[in-house]
Design a protein around this ligand. Structure first.
Ligand SMILES: *Cc1c(COP(=O)(O)O)cnc(C)c1O
Length: 309
């Protein structure tokens, strides 16, 4: 287990796993998965990148802690709680929900020393408006505020660094999208020869198009698109079809996926491949953005079994 978060990531930390065996697809294109989930057991996937410059800024400014936001199953909150502690910073988590309902994610955050504050849905929707922000700063002086999902300049800058881990022959980069921070950061860092495709796991996720646009550097010309066709009923919703798919991918490739983000992306990709959505010579690189901490216990147990079991 890695004990630090601020270091230089190399391709040795993040293997590129090939899925080129004819089962996932049947055409002359290549599919690989960039295993960002293997970066760190907790601060995994894109979360490490989005937090990197936010935490650095907090340390440099002499802050004593960070304050950030998330739902009760938020991978971002779990990652922030752990990464803040590794940086010697305290952490405050502002959570959408009621204090009686401690999810496994929130229990983990509390164990990491994160102080949790709960807001109901209405208040949570206002959490980033000026009066609330002033209130956070009054209540928690010396804390740097990181927006939900790490959705700021520092988050996008960090996410852009994922581009350096991509193989030079990648023609498409596929990733799952939540706040759009990772997507926008990559869009601003990729060469124009690569097309970016985002899978939105929310129902009616088209609103993200407008959220993302102001974050994009006009000089960059990367082709990008979002699809919300594979949301399985909405954010956090699942189905036996999705779970069976995740189990089959694990059995075939030893590739663990999560039910909220990466499972839906890979399911969507399989559908798109069946529909001949890409040209033959393409090399599709899917980002494994992590999220395994949020999986149900049954999948966690399956993924922790030894090969020989
Ligand atoms: C947080 C998360 C995302 C979404 O990242 P954004 O930068 O907020 O779009 C995607 N995949 C996984 C596994 C995540 O945990």
């Amino acid at each position: 287990m890695k004990t630090t978060c601020v270091n230089t990531v190399t391709t040795a930390d993040v293997p590129l796993q090939s899925l080129d065996d004819g089962w996932f697809h049947h055409r002359a294109l290549r599919v690989s998965v960039l295993r960002l989930d293997l970066l760190h057991p907790v601060v995994s996937g894109n979360k490490w990148y989005k937090l990197k410059y936010n935490l650095e800024a907090a340390v440099q400014a002499g802050c004593r802690g960070v304050l950030t936001f998330g739902g009760p199953h938020s991978n971002h909150l779990a990652a922030a709680a752990h990464a803040a502690r590794l940086h010697g910073l305290s952490s405050i988590g502002v959570v959408r929900g009621v204090p009686q309902e401690y999810s496994p994610t929130l229990r983990f955050c509390a164990e990491e020393g994160m102080q949790l504050h709960f807001l109901d849905r209405e208040a949570y929707a206002e959490k980033s408006k000026a009066p609330f922000v002033q209130e956070w700063q009054r209540q928690f002086p010396g804390c740097r505020i990181i927006p939900e999902g790490g959705a700021n300049e520092e988050g996008r800058k960090g996410a852009g660094e994922i581009a350096s881990l991509l193989p030079s022959d990648a023609t498409h980069v596929l990733l799952s999208v939540g706040s759009g921070t990772t997507f926008a950061g990559l869009r601003n860092a990729l060469p124009a020869s690569v097309a970016l495709l985002g899978f939105v796991p929310m129902k009616g996720g088209a609103y993200l198009q407008q959220e993302i646009e102001p974050w994009l550097l006009p000089a960059q010309k990367v082709q990008w698109s979002l699809t919300d066709a594979y949301h399985f009923g909405g954010f956090g919703k699942t189905s036996p079809v999705l779970t069976d798919f995740i189990i089959s991918i694990y059995k075939r490739y030893g590739l663990p996926l999560d039910i909220v983000y990466t499972g839906k992306m890979m399911f969507g990709l399989r559908e798109m491949l069946a529909g001949q959505a890409f040209r033959d010579a393409a090399h599709l690189v899917c980002l494994h953005t992590g999220g395994l901490q949020g999986n149900p216990l049954s999948l966690k147990q399956l993924f922790s079994q030894k090969e020989s079991d």
